[in-house]
Design a protein around this ligand. Structure first.
Ligand SMILES: NC(=O)c1ccc[n+]([C@@H]2O[C@H](COP(=O)([O-])OP(=O)(O)OC[C@H]3O[C@@H](n4cnc5c(N)ncnc54)[C@H](OP(=O)(O)O)[C@@H]3O)[C@@H](O)[C@H]2O)c1
Length: 252
């Protein structure tokens, strides 16, 4: 039996990945602050389970309580393969670095860097103890490799998640656990995050016109297409390269 834990399932790419897993017969546990009633219906239709865990990934004690509950629930499934997709993230604060407040910076790194690392560490340890195969995916961004004016927080948090991915994968290889951890750059997609980017100001984000153009010229991909590419990579299990930063653009 296969089971997937996915963060950020209320909308965007996370919802698409959850939907595609459910449609391929995989049970899904989803984390986000808001529920997603569509996923429950898809699960029912496909005879699999969908369970939602309301959790603010910006709050460490909420994460710890949720992790404890998830471990108890996953144990009951005794999965052969356990997937974790760290998808939830925020792009804000969008501003030149000297204008970013400490509290908003802390919140950003809590959601984009600490929460995925804590979840990955916990589920790796759980999987080793439970003897199930584990495949972890961190959703990253091209911003991890390219400095962008106004995106100091986002570029840094995504760069950090890439290096964490490579380090954790190296450790698992050395320890010969068989567990795999990769990152996946989904490219530009038509989601709420792009809407947030377009509604920032030119002063804080000087590339804003380029991003408005992506929407106007229909260059933003839909999340089902991008999610489908990730599922194809995961389905070809033997070919998954531990520690690799996969880029969706290589599949078009
Ligand atoms: N869209 C793009 O063009 C693009 C490009 C490159 C990379 N990415 C990456 O792709 C991933 C998905 O992005 P998206 O565009 O689908 O984003 P989105 O539409 O803004 O959705 C973000 C998801 O993350 C969840 N989330 C945000 N803050 C949270 C918090 N504090 N606690 C729990 N959940 C939280 C949201 O759920 P709630 O609000 O219900 O909590 C939502 O389900 C992200 O990692 C993003 O960095 C996106």
């Amino acid at each position: 039996m296969k089971i997937a834990l996915i963060t950020g399932v209320s909308k965007g790419l996370g919802e698409s990945i959850a939907k595609l897993f459910l449609e391929s017969g995989i049970h899904v546990l989803g984390i986000s602050r808001n529920p997603n009633n569509r996923l429950g219906k898809i699960a029912q239709k496909n005879n699999v389970n969908y369970q939602h865990y309301p959790c603010d990934l910006g709050n460490i004690s909420e994460i710890e309580k949720t992790v404890k509950k998830i471990k108890e629930d996953v144990e009951r499934y005794s999965p052969t393969i356990f997937y974790l997709i760290n998808n939830a993230a925020v792009v804000e604060p969008i501003n030149q670095v000297t204008l970013i407040g400490n509290q908003e910076l802390t919140n950003h790194f809590q959601i984009n860097t600490l929460a995925p690392i804590i979840l990955m560490n916990s589920m790796l340890q759980f999987s080793t103890n439970s003897n199930n195969a584990f495949i972890g995916v961190n959703i990253t961004s091209g911003a991890a490799e390219r400095p962008i004016y106004g995106w100091g927080a986002y570029c840094s948090s995504k760069a950090s998640i890439n290096m964490y991915t490579k380090t954790a994968a190296l450790e698992q290889d050395t320890l010969k656990t068989g567990h795999k951890i990769v990152a996946f750059n989904p490219g530009i997609m038509d989601t709420n995050m792009q809407q947030t980017i377009r509604s920032s100001s030119k002063d804080s984000f000087i590339e804003i016109d380029k991003f408005k153009g992506y929407k106007e010229n229909k260059q933003l991909r839909d999340t089902d297409t991008v999610g489908g590419i990730l599922i194809d990579i995961l389905n070809d299990e033997a070919s998954i390269e531990n520690g690799k930063i996969y880029n969706v653009n290589e599949y078009f």
